[in-house]
Design a protein around this ligand. Structure first.
Ligand SMILES: [Fe+2]
Length: 241
């Protein structure tokens, strides 16, 4: 499996706080069946002032520690960008830590504020799409406003956004509403990726296989595998397994 969302790169956001915790998280991911882990630290100006350049530097050091510990996993760097106008200059200067390429277009992981999915953001999204930057919306099922009315997601999907759902949501780990929406999106074939969004060892550990197995029970083995293997491979430009 390939996990396309994690806060394992240590000390750069609210995820792993140090190398020890980060390496333990990676070891758990390996045990869980993950062969490639995408690191997606938050980028949110004023709160998480990470950049492609600063994260790339951190990654070099972290990769060395992973090699030293002989943890057998491939690491990729991307980021989780909070929606905002700051994304525009990043696209123009090509300093977005891209998640990958989907159907010939560049994709990045984007999150809404926890409590809202601002309707006005469709204008920004249209601009991004015009500039060959496709937002993949992270965990819409956990967004309070979308939980109130999931039809509010439709304009974003119609515009061309992709959807990533948190694996734990499929098994009810983020409450009944998130669970219901996750399953609804899954059945409707609107999910491109399932990912852990792991943050730590205790409450948000790497746990992709649990969500994958639950998804397989609902939509079958092949459709579930697409979300944790085939689609991530296509997105990351890897050979199919
Ligand atoms: Fe995240």
């Amino acid at each position: 499996m390939i996990d396309t969302h994690s806060h394992i790169l240590p000390g750069v956001d609210d995820g792993a706080r140090d190398y020890e915790q980060a390496l333990q998280m990676l070891a758990i991911a390996v045990e869980d069946g993950v062969t490639t882990q995408v690191l997606t630290p938050h980028i949110q100006p004023g709160i998480y002032n990470n950049t492609l350049s600063s994260l790339s530097d951190q990654l070099i050091q972290f990769k060395q520690a992973v090699r030293d510990q002989e943890i057998d996993i491939e690491l990729r760097l991307a980021a989780e960008l909070r929606i905002g106008l700051e994304i525009m200059p990043m696209v123009q200067s090509n300093t977005v830590p891209w998640l990958g390429t989907w159907e010939g277009r560049r994709v990045f992981l984007m999150e809404f504020p926890h409590n809202q999915a601002p309707a006005g953001s469709i204008n920004l999204i249209q601009w991004l799409l015009k500039h060959n930057a496709v937002p993949m919306i992270a965990h819409p099922e956990r967004n309070k406003e979308l939980q109130g009315d999931i039809r509010k997601l439709e304009p974003f999907l119609d515009a061309g956004c992709l959807v990533q759902v948190t694996a734990k949501s499929i098994v009810g780990g983020f409450g009944a509403e998130a669970h219901q929406i996750a399953v609804e999106l899954l059945r409707a074939g609107k999910i491109t990726l399932l990912a852990t969004d792991c943050h730590n060892l205790a409450y948000r550990p790497p746990d992709l296989s649990t969500g994958y197995k639950a998804a397989a029970e609902i939509v079958g083995e092949q459709a579930a595998k697409a979300l944790v293997d085939d689609n991530p491979r296509a997105l990351l430009g890897m050979d199919s397994s």
